[in-house]
Design a protein around this ligand. Structure first.
Ligand SMILES: C[S@@+](CC[C@H](N)C(=O)[O-])C[C@H]1O[C@@H](n2cnc3c(N)ncnc32)[C@H](O)[C@@H]1O
Length: 209
C-alpha cells in the first residue's frame, strides 16, 4: 500500500471511531433487516462478518448459534460490539483490521456477511473475490450495500459515487457463487440515525458451488 493510500485509510478509520464514540448505536442494536430475513440461508458453522462496526449483525448471528468473527477497522466500534455481545449473552471473536490487510482464510467459512461496507473499487473487488474464496462449498454470502441510485435519495451512505456499486459491477466478482437472490431494491430502511428512510440497495444471497 502506498503512503498516501495508508493515510486515507487511517483518516477513514478515525471518522468511524468518532461516529461510534457518540452515545447509542449508530445503526441500532437490531440486525440489518436483510440479514434477519435471509439468516436461514446460512448453514451451521462459522460466520465472518466483514466491516461489522458495532456488532448488531454479529451478535444476532451468534445468538443463532454461529461461531462469529467480526472484522472492522474501528476499535471503538468493536469495543461496542463486545459490549453488545455481553448484553445479549453471546460471544464472538473481534478482529481489529483494515480489510486492505485482512486475509480471508480460503474455504474456512460457512457464511460471510457484508452489510453497508462501501469500499473503494479496487479494495471492494479484492475483498469480494476473497469472500468467494473464503466460503466452504455450500457456504453462503449475504451482501447488502447502497447502490448508485442511493445518491438521489440522500437517506444514508457515502456521497462518493465510486463507493456505490451496482449489481452489474458486483456480478463479475462473485463468480463461483450461485446467486440465488440478487436484486437492486428500494426499501424502507430504519436502521439507526444514519440510515433512515427509503434506501436503494443491492442485495445478494450467493451459495458457493
Ligand atoms: C456503515 S458502517 C456498517 C457497519 C455494519 N456492517 C452494520 O451494518 O451495522 C461501515 C463500516 O465499515 C467499516 N469499514 C470501512 N472501511 C473499512 C476498511 N477498509 N476495513 C475495515 N472496516 C472498514 C467502518 O469502520 C464501519 O464500521
Amino acid at each position: 500500500m502506498t503512503h498516501l493510500a495508508a493515510t486515507a485509510m487511517n483518516r477513514a478509520a478515525h471518522m468511524w471511531d468518532e461516529r461510534y464514540a457518540e452515545p447509542g448505536y449508530a445503526y441500532g442494536k437490531e440486525p440489518n433487516e436483510f440479514v434477519r430475513a435471509m439468516a436461514d440461508w446460512l448453514p451451521a458453522g462459522p460466520v465472518l462478518c466483514l466491516a461489522e462496526g458495532e456488532g448488531r449483525n454479529a451478535t444476532y448471528l451468534a445468538g443463532r448459534g454461529h461461531a462469529v468473527t467480526a472484522v472492522d477497522s474501528s476499535a471503538v466500534g468493536l469495543t461496542k460490539a463486545v459490549a453488545l455481545a455481553v448484553e445479549r449473552d453471546t460471544t464472538m471473536i473481534t478482529v481489529h483490521a483494515d480489510l486492505a490487510d485482512y486475509v480471508i482464510e480460503p474455504g474456512a467459512w460457512a457464511g460471510i456477511v457484508c452489510v453497508f461496507c462501501h469500499l473503494p473499487p479496487a479494495l471492494r473487488d479484492r475483498v469480494l473475490k476473497g469472500a468467494v474464496e473464503g466460503l466452504r462449498t455450500g457456504g453462503v454470502l449475504l451482501f447488502e450495500a447502497y447502490g448508485p441510485a442511493q445518491l438521489a435519495l440522500g437517506t444514508g451512505g457515502p456521497k462518493d459515487p465510486a463507493l456505490l456499486a451496482s449489481l452489474a459491477d458486483l456480478r463479475p466478482l462473485l463468480e463461483g457463487l450461485e446467486l440465488v437472490y440478487a436484486e437492486e431494491v428500494t426499501r424502507e430502511i430504519h436502521e439507526g440515525r444514519f440510515h433512515d428512510g427509503p434506501g436503494a440497495t443491492v442485495e445478494i444471497v450467493g451459495v458457493k458451488r
